[in-house]
Design a protein around this ligand. Sequence first.
Ligand SMILES: C[S@@+](CC[C@H](N)C(=O)[O-])C[C@H]1O[C@@H](n2cnc3c(N)ncnc32)[C@H](O)[C@@H]1O
Length: 232
Amino acid sequence: MSVDTTKLIRDQIEYYRSRSSEYDEWFYRIGRYDRGQENNDRWFVEVETVQKALREIGQVNQVLELASGTGIWTEQLLQISTKIEAIDASAETIAINQNKLNSDKVTYQHRDIFTWEPEQEYDLVFFSFWLSHVPPDLLQSFFNKVYLATRKGGQIFIIDSRNDSTSRAKDHLPEQDGIYQTRKLNDGREFKIAKIFYQPDELQTLLVNAGFTADVRVTETYFIYAHGWKSN
Ligand SMILES: C[S@@+](CC[C@H](N)C(=O)[O-])C[C@H]1O[C@@H](n2cnc3c(N)ncnc32)[C@H](O)[C@@H]1O
């Protein structure tokens, strides 16, 4: 891991720790993320499309949710699973998730995914709006972990962003240097993070190379999502 990658990982964790109490404004299109009725309506219709696709995978037993955040998708996973192990590097977001869901079906691990090693296999490995933050030089080792954490015949489900400006805050700074973006908090503090927008064919190739059979889809404007299986 290069020095820059180590710094990026640290900065990303710091950004999400600092953003934890305002994080949900992005998903629920509030404040700086309110992009007008038409865009907001489209967003929620597309959210429903992805939620439906997740429900359609059917009931599973053990789920691993990586970078679980404030629980927006943990809540959805609760509807289709028996037990969830949720990992996140921010104690602040874990606390929000825990208070929101208040479920003894969910256990939490306060861990940096890049130093974490899977200790068991799960029926479903899920991560939303996380892959786009995985630095390119750690992508391979990240997917090795995902592979090891998925039982044979088990599934993965991934959700992430498409590159549409109305997905981001109104005061989002124009893109500067490729995959690195400056993100602001409500109080104006700025952080540098990686945000990589995958095209469906790129994600498909990534998943096949990682050992999964995959079905990658996009919604009209905002989301890319993938359902995969580990066949051997
Ligand atoms: C964009 S949020 C996604 C949260 C959630 N999955 C969702 O869809 O709402 C990214 C999450 O990754 C977590 N995170 C950032 N760096 C991490 C790391 N190195 N290891 C584990 N979690 C990390 C943050 O704390 C944050 O909760």
